[in-house]
Design a protein around this ligand. Structure first.
Ligand code: T4K
Length: 408
């Protein structure tokens, strides 16, 4: 417990946690059951190429979402690239900049220009009104990202896509197990894409999936992930190797078995953060959509520097020294990363809400690796730092003066 600012690790005190507290520690299902499944994979000697674990995993994901097709692949980014290609996108595609850079790369990798769109300050998701302004004759599609597991304005985006005759895809990397107006995310648009990366609520170590009710898209993705093979000697088109292997799928099946427990823990942790940060000036805990199923996986703060007395980066610096590896997803925004910053210099001027969020958002540890005790202590550090913001800044300023004097 910190009683004076000198107790903060940033000023030489002992770190609150002896080892790092990460955002994204993997949720692991029952270890015995997972190892048994992996043992059975080795017994069968069928390690990849559309094996029984992959098929089982695909069926369970499709059933949970309520779609006809799930095609499991090697990562969420691969799933995005395949869905984009299968939907026939080309030219320009409208996409938020406030997302993981993989969303934009999946387009640019295939020679498609990502046209960055601003987001809504409340939902953090692509703003339909801004999307409409960006449509050009070269636009072939829109990709909404259900950031933090919260659904995009699906209906408004659907209306725009219909009006302009362009495709609508969703990057649902964060949103497996989340819902929107009574329907599970994964059922919207022409296709949706999940990530089952190690850091996600349900994981296959590395993995992803395209889910859709569109049989043509599903079939095209199936071919793409396996070099275009339709039969032993018959190739129907260009494909690469994007398969999910059996060991990953076995891990995924055990992860699905434990999903209800993971969500319960996430929800409990989220409530614990809410309770312990209640009333903290300048700290806004981004709410989840609790009207239906939700995975509660991301714990996201928005920090209003003027009200908090400390900025997001200052708070992050303090937390890191305490061994809390809070993350500023998705700083600095895709438009400020290469190659997009070179292609669209000055894009930030058209993305004011994205820029604002990139300077305010901080993600905190969640999942089965974080318990109530850790969360209470993380929140206590945040509250202590805010309560002593003036003193902390004064000490930093004094240290800077001293450094300058030494340098001189
Ligand atoms: N679209 C969106 C909106 C996404 O957020 C993502 C991925 C994608 C598409 C693409 O899906 P994938 O192709 O990745 O399936 C992480 C993940 O690598 C990435 O999957 C995720 N989004 C993103 C939000 O977070 P980083 O750069 O934070 O990864 P990294 O290596 O720093 O890991 C985060 C923390 O997790 C570390 O501090 C340590 C911990 N960790 C990580 C791994 C891999 C572990 O404890 N064990 C592990 O095995 O991107």
């Amino acid at each position: 417990m910190k009683t004076t600012v000198n107790d903060l690790a940033i000023f030489g005190g002992r770190s609150e946690f002896p080892s790092l507290l990460h955002v994204g520690r993997p949720n692991l299902g029952d270890r015995r059951g997972t190892l048994d499944r992996i043992g059975a994979v080795f017994e069968r000697g069928w390690l990849t190429n559309d094996g029984p674990c992959v098929r089982d995993f695909e069926r369970r994901v499709a059933d949970l979402v309520g779609v006809s097709h799930c095609v499991a692949v090697s990562s969420g980014t691969t799933a995005l690239a395949f869905a984009i290609r299968a939907a026939g996108l080309s030219g320009e595609v409208i996409v938020p900049s406030f997302t993981f850079v993989g969303t934009a790369h999946a387009l640019y990798w295939q020679g498609i220009t990502p046209v960055f769109c601003d987001v809504d300050p409340q939902t953090h998701n692509i703003a339909p009104a801004r999307v409409a302004e960006l449509i050009t004759p070269r636009t072939s599609g829109i990709i909404g990202v259900h950031l933090w597991g919260r659904a995009c304005e699906v209906e408004a985006l659907r209306a725009i896509s219909r009006q302009h005759g362009v495709r609508l895809l969703f990057d649902a990397a964060h949103a497996f197990g989340c819902s929107h107006q009574g329907g599970m995310i994964g059922r919207f648009g022409d296709a949706e894409v999940f990530s089952f990366h190690a850091t996600k609520c349900v994981n296959t170590c590395e993995g992803g999936a395209v889910v859709t009710d569109n049989s043509e898209i599903a079939e095209a993705v199936r071919l793409m992930r396996n070099f275009g093979f339709v039969d032993y000697d018959l190739v129907a088109g260009v494909g690469i190797n994007g398969k999910l292997n059996e060991v990953s799928a076995a891990v995924g099946l055990s992860s699905l078995d434990a999903m209800a427990d993971f969500v319960r823990v996430n929800k409990r942790n989220y409530a614990c953060y809410r309770e312990n940060l209640r009333g903290a000036a300048g700290i806004h805990l981004v709410p989840h959509n609790e009207a239906g199923p939700c995975n509660y996986h991301y714990v996201v703060l928005e920090i209003d520097e003027a009200a908090a007395g400390l900025g997001r980066d200052e708070l992050m610096r303090i937390l890191w020294q305490e061994n809390v590896l809070a993350r500023r997803y998705f700083y600095p925004g895709c438009h400020r990363m290469k190659p997009y910053c070179d292609l669209f210099p000055g894009a930030g001027a058209h993305l004011p809400q994205t820029e604002r969020l990139c300077s305010r958002v901080l993600c905190l540890p969640n999942g089965t690796a974080a318990g109530a005790d850790e969360i209470e202590r993380v929140c206590a550090i945040i509250r202590f730092s805010l309560d002593h913001a003036t003193e902390i800044r004064a000490k930093w300023a004094a240290a800077r003066v001293e450094d300058t004097a030494h340098a001189g």
